[in-house]
Design a protein around this ligand. Structure first.
Ligand code: FPP
Length: 225
């Protein structure tokens, strides 16, 4: 079971409380930890978080730099928590395009938790579905100049080819958009929008996702069994 999560509403959460947007992102980071534990309790094996998109660079420089500093400065301090809770961190996205400190922090966390196997949390950073597909195509072309590319070739060259496609993609704050998230492997994902703002999420919303999924008939283009 793989749950993809589009985290939305950090800014609105902060605004409602008269706090700076940064406070919403900090609470959002805490929500990630609650959701990881909740997902692990409910036997979800993969959970992917849309942390920073290829389009998020358009935000004011101060906010971009704050989000990068969460990766660079906060993530290393959380590594022990991930290890204690047997959480393996993986990364998806154009990591080479991150500022050096953030890039190193992400890479170190991935490395430090590589032996954990309770749940895999995929951080999608500097991630865009279109960018991932174009990078996958370029990886293939480099290895196979002049050859025609197939669906299987693209799949094999995505950032985490060993991780199964998400069964469900859920978005917080009631929005109904994919926003360039997992464009390739969302092909047959079930979609869900939950009104609650991201910083208010915990295990309960993971349960809501699982309940919704249980009520869907998945046919993958075929006929119902
Ligand atoms: C969307 O809310 C949230 C983001 C673009 C950032 C997500 C980042 C985190 C939850 C913190 C970082 C987490 C880790 C694991 C390092 P928004 O700012 O678009 O909210 P709004 O639409 O209400 O303004």
């Amino acid at each position: 079971m793989h749950l993809g999560l589009i985290m939305d509403g950090n800014g609105r959460w902060a605004k409602k409380r008269g706090l700076p947007r940064a406070a919403g992102h900090i609470e959002g980071m805490k929500a990630c930890k609650r959701v990881i534990l909740g997902a692990r309790n409910l036997c979800v094996y993969f959970v992917s978080f849309y942390v920073f998109s290829t389009e998020n660079w358009k935000r004011p420089a101060q906010e971009v730099s704050y989000l990068m500093s969460l990766l660079a400065k906060k993530l290393p301090g959380e590594t022990d928590w991930y290890k204690e809770n047997n959480v393996r961190i993986r990364v998806r996205g154009n990591v080479d395009g991150l500022p050096e400190e953030a890039r190193n922090a992400v890479k170190n966390t991935v490395e430090a938790t590589s032996g954990c196997n309770g749940i895999t949390a995929v951080l999608c950073v500097n991630y865009g579905g279109q960018d991932e597909i174009s990078r996958a195509v370029n990886r293939f072309i480099e290895k196979n100049p002049g050859k025609k590319i197939t669906v299987a070739d693209i799949e094999a060259n995505l950032d985490c080819p060993d991780i199964p496609a998400p069964d469900m993609i859920a978005r917080s704050a009631g929005e109904l958009r994919l926003s360039n998230f997992m464009l390739w492997d969302s092909a047959y994902a079930e979609l869900l929008s939950i009104d609650k703002l991201w910083p208010d999420w915990d295990q309960e919303e993971v349960q809501t996702c699982l309940d919704a999924l249980a009520g869907r008939t998945r046919k993958f283009g075929g006929l119902a069994q």
